[in-house]
Design a protein around this ligand. Structure first.
Ligand code: MOS
Length: 773
C-alpha cells in the first residue's frame, strides 16, 4: 500500500463543508426549541439596581426572561482539566449577581418561539444601573501594574539568567525601543453558539468549542450534574483561534435557560457580542533592550511587557515567552506586568504570547542589524541557539539554519540592497524583511478507539475536534496507513465527548497528541487480527509467527511471502464477529501543566488504560525518555512589500515561509495552516485593531465592516516550504503541531520590510497609511 501521510490529500470533510452538509453548533434545530437572545450591559462598571422584565415577558412569543434574579445558581467551575475546559472568567459566572465589570457583559437572556420575537423583546428590558467609575485605558493606568505569578497557560512570567541590566551597561552596541500592539479580536467566521437540551438529568450541548472533553467536565461542575450525564458535541467548528478554547457565558447560559424553560434553547452570540463577551488579545506595551559586542554577539536580551487583564480573572499575554530560548545569550531578563481593566478578560489568541512577542523582538533584531551594519540573517546566525538555554536542554530537533537559507533563496534575499528606500518598482518603494518564527511543540494525553466492521471499513473515534485545521483529514491518513487500508475505508469520528478523551484544540497540540493514540489504536487492531488469524485453523496463516506477518491493503500477509494472506473481513466473519475493536491511551505530555487525574476504577477511561498496557506501540511511545529535550518548532518568514509613496498604502507582494515542524502529515492542509497564520500576521501588521471609545471603554470597531481583516485582494503570492524532517522524540508519527507557528515572525517580517522600503520605522501596530506619511 502506498502511504498517504504527507500527501496533499483533499479534506475529507471538504465536500460537506462547501455543500452546507456540515452542521455547526448554531445549525442544530431541535424539536420544540426556543431561541435565546443575550442582552448586554451598557455601563462599564457598577451594579444593576433593577431590571424590569414585564414588558418583555408580555411580548409576543416570549417564553421566559432570565436575569440574575431568577437564574439557576451555578457551582464553581472546575478548571484543572488539562484537556481544556477553563471557564474564561472565574469571578464572573453569568447571571449570578448584580455586578457589572465591563460594557457588553451579558446581563439577561430573553427566550422566545422565534429568534425575531426574542430579538424584539430583548429591546423591551428596562435596566436601572448604579454606575461606578471604570478604568479601561492601559496607558493611563500603568501605575497600577503588578507582576503576576505563573500564567494560566502554564508559562513562567518572570524569567532571568545572568544579569541583563549589568551586561547592558557594558555592551559595545545597544538597542532599546518600545513596541506596542493593540487589542485584536479572533473573529472566527463562526460565532460563539450553543444549543442545549435537557432530558431528565441528562444534558446535551451542541457547542462551538475547541474542547468537547474539557467543556463536558466544566459544564458538569458548573451545572452540578454528574459527568456521565453531560454530552458535548462539536462536529464542525468554523475557526476558533483561541476564542473557543476557554468557555464563555453562551455555553452555560444556554444550558441554564433550557433548564428554566423546560425546552431546548439555542443561543448564538451576535458578531458585536463576540467583541465584548468572548475574549480578545490583550494590548501590549513591550520594551526590548539588546546588547551585543562589536561582532553582534549577544551579551544581554531584556524584554519587559505590560499587558491587560480584567477584574474577574487573570490572563497574561506572555509576550516574552519565546525570548529566553530563541537566541543564545548569557544574560536574559523577561518580565510581564498586568493592569486590571474594566474590559472582558483577554484570552489565548493564535500563538498567545509569541504573536505579539516575536513581533517586538524580531523588529528589535532588525533595528539592531542596522546599528551593527550587519545582515539580519547573519545576526540571527551569530546568535543561533544550539540548545534551549532557558531550560538547559537539547532541542528534540532543530533545522532553523536550513529555514533561513532556503527562505533567503526563495525570496531572492541576495538581490536586496540593504540600504533603506533604495529599491523601486515603478512608482512603488520595494522592501524586503525577514524574521524568525517559533512555537513550542506541545503534546498531551489522548486516547482513541478503532473499530473494524464486518464490511471491512474502520471507524476511529476520539473526543478531540477539528476546528477547521484539517484534523479529520490527517487522522484519516494516519489511521489508513497504520491499518494498511485506503482512506475511503476509514471514517474518523470526532467532536463528541462520548468518544475516548482527546486533546483540546489549543497550543497547536492535536496532531502530536491525538495522532499517536489513533496510530496505536489502529496498530492494536492489526495485532488482534494477526493473533486471530494465527490461532484459526481455517486461516492460511494458521500457525505462523505473529512477527512474520504484516498488514497489506486490508489483509494480513506473510512478510516474505505476500501472496499468502487473510483478509480482515474473512478473519472477522469466520469468527462470526460483527466488529472488532481496539482502544489506546497515550499519556505523554510535553507541557508544563500537571496531567490528568488517574482514571476512576471501572470507568471507560480505566478500561482503555488497561488495554493500553498490552499495546506495545503505546508502551514504546510512553517509555521514550523525553526529559532531556526541549520541544520546539521553528521557521523563517520572509516578505517583499510594495509601498505607495504618495498614499502610504502597503501591499505585501510576496510572502515566503520555510518551516521546521517535523513530519508533514498532509502537504495541502499543512500549507493551509501556515498560510492562515501568515494572513493573520499580515492583518496584525497592517490593518487589524479594536478601537475603544475613550469616554466609555466600549469597543467601537465591533463588526467586520469596521474591524478590518485581510481579504483576497490583500493576499501576496505565497511560497510555503517545509523541512519535513521527522521529530521521533515527540512521538512515533514525528509531527509537531502547525496551527500557530505561522503567525509568529510574520508581523515583524512585514514591519521590517516596510522599514526597508521607506526608511520609516513604525513601532505601533498596525502600520496604517497615516503612520507612514
Ligand atoms: Mo490556541 S490560541 O492555544 O487555541
Amino acid at each position: 500500500m502506498n502511504e498517504t501521510v504527507g500527501k496533499p490529500v483533499d479534506r475529507v470533510d471538504g465536500k460537506l463543508k462547501v455543500t452546507g452538509g456540515a452542521t455547526y453548533a448554531a445549525e442544530f434545530n431541535l424539536k420544540n426549541m426556543v431561541h435565546a437572545v443575550a442582552v448586554t450591559s451598557n455601563i462599564t462598571k457598577g451594579r444593576i439596581k433593577n431590571i424590569n422584565t414585564s414588558m418583555a415577558e408580555k411580548s409576543p412569543g416570549v417564553v421566559g426572561v432570565m436575569t440574575y434574579k431568577n437564574s439557576m445558581q451555578l457551582h464553581s467551575p472546575q478548571s484543572s482539566d488539562p484537556s481544556g475546559g477553563k471557564f474564561a472568567e472565574k469571578d464572573l459566572l453569568p447571571l449570578q449577581n448584580d455586578r457589572v465589570f465591563y460594557d457588553g457583559q451579558i446581563i439577561a437572556l430573553v427566550m422566545a418561539e422565534t429568534f425575531e420575537e426574542a430579538e424584539y423583546a430583548s429591546t423591551l428590558l428596562k435596566v436601572d444601573y448604579q454606575a461606578e467609575e471604570p478604568i479601561f485605558d492601559l496607558e493611563k493606568n500603568l501605575a497600577k501594574a503588578y507582576k503576576p505569578e505563573k500564567a494560566s497557560t502554564g508559562s513562567e512570567t518572570q524569567v532571568s539568567r545572568g544579569n541583563a541590566d549589568h551586561a547592558l551597561q557594558s555592551a559595545a552596541v545597544k538597542m532599546e525601543e518600545t513596541y506596542t500592539t493593540p487589542v485584536y479580536h479572533h473573529n472566527a467566521m463562526e460565532p460563539h453558539a450553543t444549543v442545549a437540551l435537557w432530558q431528565g438529568e441528562t444534558v446535551t450541548i451542541y457547542d462551538a468549542t475547541q474542547s468537547v472533553a474539557g467543556t463536558k467536565t466544566l459544564m458538569a461542575s458548573m451545572l452540578g450534574v454528574p459527568k456521565e450525564k453531560i454530552r458535548v458535541i462539536a462536529y464542525y467548528i468554523g475557526g476558533g483561534f483561541g476564542s473557543k478554547g476557554f468557555s464563555w457565558p453562551n455555553t452555560v447560559l444556554a444550558a441554564m435557560a433550557a433548564k428554566q424553560v423546560g425546552r431546548p434553547v439555542k443561543l448564538v452570540l451576535k458578531r458585536q457580542q463576540n467583541f465584548t463577551t468572548a475574549g480578545r488579545r490583550s494590548q501590549t506595551i513591550q520594551k526590548v533592550s539588546l546588547g551585543t559586542d562589536q561582532a553582534g554577539k549577544f551579551s544581554a536580551i531584556k524584554h519587559d511587557s505590560t499587558v491587560e487583564s480584567s477584574f474577574v480573572d487573570e490572563f497574561v499575554e506572555t509576550a516574552g515567552v519565546a525570548t529566553p530560548m530563541i537566541y543564545s545569550s548569557p544574560n536574559v531578563d523577561v518580565s510581564h506586568k498586568l493592569v486590571r481593566l474594566n474590559k472582558v478578560t483577554p484570552c489565548p489568541m493564535r500563538a498567545p504570547g509569541e504573536a505579539p512577542g516575536t513581533y517586538a523582538l524580531e523588529v528589535a533584531m532588525d533595528e539592531l542589524s542596522y546599528k551593527l551594519k550587519m545582515d539580519p540573517i547573519q545576526l540571527r546566525t551569530v546568535n543561533y541557539a544550539e540548545k534551549d538555554e532557558d531550560k538547559k536542554k537539547d532541542f528534540s530537533s532543530k533545522y532553523l539554519k536550513e529555514c533561513y537559507q532556503k527562505g533567503a533563496d526563495l525570496i531572492g534575499w541576495s538581490k536586496r540592497n540593504p540600504e533603506p528606500r533604495s529599491m523601486k518598482e515603478g512608482k512603488y518603494l520595494v522592501g524586503y524583511g525577514m524574521a524568525t518564527a517559533t512555537y513550542p511543540a506541545n503534546r498531551s494525553a489522548s486516547s482513541a478507539k478503532a473499530v473494524l466492521f464486518a464490511d471491512g471499513h474502520v471507524e476511529i473515534m476520539c473526543a478531540t475536534q477539528d476546528i477547521g485545521t484539517g484534523t479529520y483529514t490527517i487522522m484519516t491518513q494516519t489511521a489508513a496507513d497504520a491499518l494498511s487500508l485506503p482512506i475511503e475505508k476509514v471514517k474518523v469520528k470526532l467532536g463528541d465527548s462520548e468518544y475516548p478523551k482527546g486533546a483540546n484544540s489549543g497550543g497547536s497540540q492535536v496532531t502530536a497528541s491525538v495522532g499517536p493514540a489513533i496510530r496505536a489504536a489502529s496498530l492494536g487492531l492489526v495485532s488482534k487480527l494477526k493473533k486471530m488469524a494465527v490461532a484459526d485453523a481455517k486461516s492460511p496463516l494458521h500457525g505462523q509467527k505473529e512477527d512474520d506477518l504484516v498488514a497489506e491493503n486490508g489483509h494480513i500477509v506473510i512478510r516474505t511471502k505476500r501472496e499468502t494472506g487473510d483478509a480482515y473481513t474473512d478473519i472477522l466473519s469466520r469468527q462470526g464477529l460483527q466488529d472488532l475493536r481496539s482502544q489506546a491511551a497515550t499519556k505523554v505530555s510535553t507541557r508544563q501543566q500537571t496531567e490528568s487525574n488517574p482514571a476512576t476504577a471501572g470507568s471507560s477511561e480505566a478500561e482503555i488504560e488497561e488495554e493500553s498496557k498490552g499495546n506495545p506501540f503505546v508502551q514504546v511511545d510512553e517509555k521514550t525518555d523525553r526529559k532531556p529535550f526541549s520541544f520546539h518548532s521553528f521557521g523563517a518568514q520572509f516578505v517583499k512589500v510594495l509601498v505607495d509613496p504618495d498614499l502610504g498604502m502597503v501591499h505585501v507582494d510576496k510572502a515566503v515561509a520555510v518551516m521546521d515542524v517535523g513530519t508533514i502529515m498532509n502537504e495541502k492542509t499543512a500549507k493551509n495552516q501556515i498560510m492562515g497564520g501568515m494572513i493573520f500576521g499580515i492583518g496584525m501588521a497592517l490593518m487589524e485593531e479594536t478601537n475603544y471609545d475613550p469616554n466609555r471603554g466600549r469597543p467601537v470597531t465591533k463588526d467586520l465592516a469596521n474591524y478590518l481583516v485581510p481579504v483576497h485582494a490583500d493576499m501576496p503570492e505565497f511560497q510555503i516550504e517545509f523541512i519535513n524532517k521527522p521529530d521521533m522524540l515527540i512521538s512515533p508519527i514525528g509531527a509537531r503541531g502547525i496551527g500557530e507557528i505561522g503567525i509568529t515572525g510574520i508581523t515583524a517580517a512585514v514591519n521590517n520590510a516596510i522599514y526597508h522600503a521607506t526608511g520609516k520605522r513604525v513601532r505601533e501596530l498596525p502600520v496604517t497609511p497615516d503612520k507612514l506619511l
